[in-house]
Structure formats: structure tokens, C-alpha cells
Design a protein around this ligand. Structure first.
Ligand SMILES: [Fe+2]
Ligand SMILES: [Fe+2]
Length: 357
């Protein structure tokens, strides 16, 4: 630390000489001592040098203590000021304490008190400066942290957006690939080439009639497009057999909901779709496959797909039945199995939209 500097503002040269001598005599020789005769001159000097302590004699002619203290504080908010007063006057001390004067020494000067106050005042100023520096550095660090936080938040936001976009891209690429695969399966049998798309169309109409959410309808539509994917594992001689299937062939055919679900299982984003595919041949009364679920155990989406699938199968030609059922005959079949194979709520909505098909 550099040598401490004291500024004395005092119009009495005897006091100036006395204070200089006293401080030197009491081991304060390293202190640089500056003296000015009045307030304005003291303020000007204070502006040019960094002082550790200011001693002011209060009772000087034309001296405005409040103004002088305010000006000194403007230059150094931590300035430590000791006031010299003619005598201990409690009222004067109280008034000047409120101005921000640190302590008082009355005349004649008590050397020990002077020595003590000078040391304490210098220490206080040093500590105040250190404190201010620390506060400044904390403020700077906070600002820098805030900046970093903002930057980081922005980066996270950008990364999240990128990831979301990438995820959507990946999902739609997957969907296109699987859809192409499902269409290829439909196309193995020229009778069923647009089966999945038709099922999707009918199921969407029923779902809308049931006031399902757009999200649920989209899920059902996706499941329809892939619902017979599991037929990939069935040989052509069974899949496009121009006659009714025998018992063993039928058992193989019945595996397709499970096979489809198993193929898609690694694609976690298709979780909801997979469930609908697995359940699309379950019957409302529990007589369906592969799990024999009944009633509300079966997802509503799967109950809808099941009806749309059955209606599509009945009203289009098949390798084992070249002439499709008429719309009226298919509707009669569905009504016949209302409550057993099909969910009555789904049938009710289907009957309201069947004319749109
Ligand atoms: Fe199926
Ligand atoms: Fe189907």
C-alpha cells in the first residue's frame, strides 16, 4: 500500500504546524501531509490527489461545512473526515455527524486521540475502498454471468429447435419408409392395393364424427396406413389364395397384428400407433385376436380401425371373393355384429357417416 495521504483544511497555521509535528513525533512520518486554508482550495486539492483522510476545522469564516463535505463525497464517496472543533459541543457534533463526519477532536488537541483517530480513519478508508472494489468486481461477475446465462439459454433454445426439427425430419422419413413398405404389402395382392388408404379414409370420417382430437385422429390415420404391415411375414400362397384359408393358414394369418407391432416396436415415437396395430382385430365381446381384449380394454382407435377395416374388406373385391358386397349388405353385416364384434358407439357414428363413403 502507498503511503497514506492526509488533507488538512484549516485557516490556522499554528494548528497546521502543530499537527504536522505531532504526527511526525508519534511515528506517522510516512504520512504525506497537505494543507489548505479554506474549503474551495481544499476541494480543488482533493480532486487532484487520492487522500486517505481529511481533517477539517469547522469554525472558519465563510466556511460551509455541509457544502464542503458534499463536494468531497462527490469526488470520493468513501472519504473519511475528522472535524476539529473549538470545544466539545454535543449539538454541533450531532449536526455535523449527520453530514457524514466520521469523528471529532476538540482543541486543545489530545495527541493520543489524534493518533488513534488518524490510524482508525486511514484503516476505515482502506477497508471501504477494498469493499467497494469487491462490490464492483461482484457486479462485473454478475453481469458477465447474466450474459453467459442469456447466451447459454439462447444456445439451448437453438439446439432444442434444431433437435425438434431433426426429430420431425427423422420421424417423417421413417413414416414415409414404413408407409411405402405397407403399400408394397397391399400391392402384393392387386385386389387390396389401396386397402390401407381406404381404411384410413373411413376411420378418419368415423373419428371426426366421434369428435376425437386432431392428434388422436392423426394417430389413428397413421395406424390405419400401417395396420396390416405384419402381413409381410405371410407367404403369397396364403395371402392371395383364391379360396378360403384352411385352419393352419388362418392361424398364420392371425399372427399379422402381433408381427406388425413387433416390427415397429423399436420405433419408440410410434408407441401409440403400435398399440392400435396390435389391437385392430380385437372384438368388442372379447372373441378377437391376438389378446382377446374386450370392451374398453381395446383402445377406441383400434375399435374404430377394426370397423373401418371390416367395411373396407367387405366392400372391395378379394382374391377369395371376386364380387364385393354392396354398401347396404355390408352395413347389414356390421349391424348384425353390433355389440359383439363392433363397439355400438363406433357403429352408431359409422351409420351416420356411411353415406359420405
Ligand atoms: Fe388386419
Ligand atoms: Fe386390414
Amino acid at each position: 500500500m502507498a503511503d497514506p495521504k492526509i488533507l488538512l483544511i484549516n485557516n490556522n497555521s499554528e494548528i497546521t504546524t502543530y499537527l504536522k509535528a505531532k504526527m511526525a513525533a508519534q511515528g506517522q512520518a510516512s504520512i504525506s501531509f497537505f494543507a489548505e486554508h479554506n474549503g474551495p482550495a481544499g476541494i480543488e486539492t482533493f480532486k487532484t490527489t487520492a487522500f486517505d483522510l481529511v481533517i477539517i476545522k469547522l469554525d472558519m469564516p465563510y466556511f460551509d461545512a455541509a457544502e464542503t463535505v458534499a463536494q468531497l463525497r462527490k469526488v470520493d464517496p468513501d472519504v473519511v473526515i475528522i472535524a476539529l472543533i473549538e470545544q466539545d459541543d454535543p449539538v454541533l457534533i450531532k449536526t455535523n455527524l449527520q453530514l457524514g463526519i466520521y469523528d471529532f477532536i476538540s482543541l486543545p488537541i489530545d495527541d493520543r486521540k489524534l493518533d488513534f483517530l488518524v490510524k482508525k480513519g486511514i484503516d476505515l478508508h482502506t477497508m471501504s475502498l477494498a469493499h467497494r472494489k469487491l462490490q464492483h468486481s461482484i457486479r462485473e461477475q454478475n453481469l458477465s454471468l447474466q450474459k453467459q446465462n442469456t447466451l447459454l439459454a439462447k444456445r439451448i433454445e437453438d439446439s432444442t429447435k434444431n433437435l425438434t426439427r431433426l426429430y420431425e425430419d427423422l420421424r417423417s422419413t421413417y413414416m414415409r419408409t414404413i408407409r411405402a413398405l405397407a403399400q408394397a404389402i397391399d400391392a402384393r395382392d392387386h385386389y387390396t392395393h389401396s386397402h390401407s388408404q381406404n381404411v384410413a379414409k373411413y376411420a378418419t370420417l368415423i373419428s371426426e364424427e366421434m369428435h376425437l382430437s386432431a392428434k388422436d385422429i392423426e394417430l389413428i390415420r397413421e395406424a390405419c396406413e400401417l395396420h396390416d404391415l405384419g402381413k409381410i411375414g405371410i407367404q403369397d400362397n396364403i395371402l392371395i389364395k383364391p379360396a378360403e384359408l384352411n385352419k393352419e393358414e388362418w392361424e398364420l394369418m392371425k399372427r399379422h397384428p402381433l408381427t406388425g407391432a413387433q416390427i415397429l416396436e423399436p420405433l419408440t415415437f410410434l408407441h401409440g400407433v403400435i398399440e392400435l396395430i396390435r389391437q385392430h382385430h380385437e372384438h368388442f365381446d372379447g372373441s378377437g385376436y391376438p389378446d382377446g381384449l374386450k370392451g374398453e380394454e381395446i383402445s377406441l382407435g383400434a375399435r374404430i380401425i377394426h370397423l373401418a377395416d371390416a367395411y373396407e374388406a367387405m366392400t372391395s373385391a378379394r382374391s377369395y371373393r371376386k364380387i364385393p358386397l354392396t354398401k347396404e349388405a355390408a352395413v347389414r353385416e356390421i349391424e348384425k355384429h353390433n355389440g359383439t364384434q363392433f363397439d355400438p358407439k363406433v357403429v352408431e357414428c359409422f351409420l351416420r357417416i356411411v353415406d359420405k363413403i
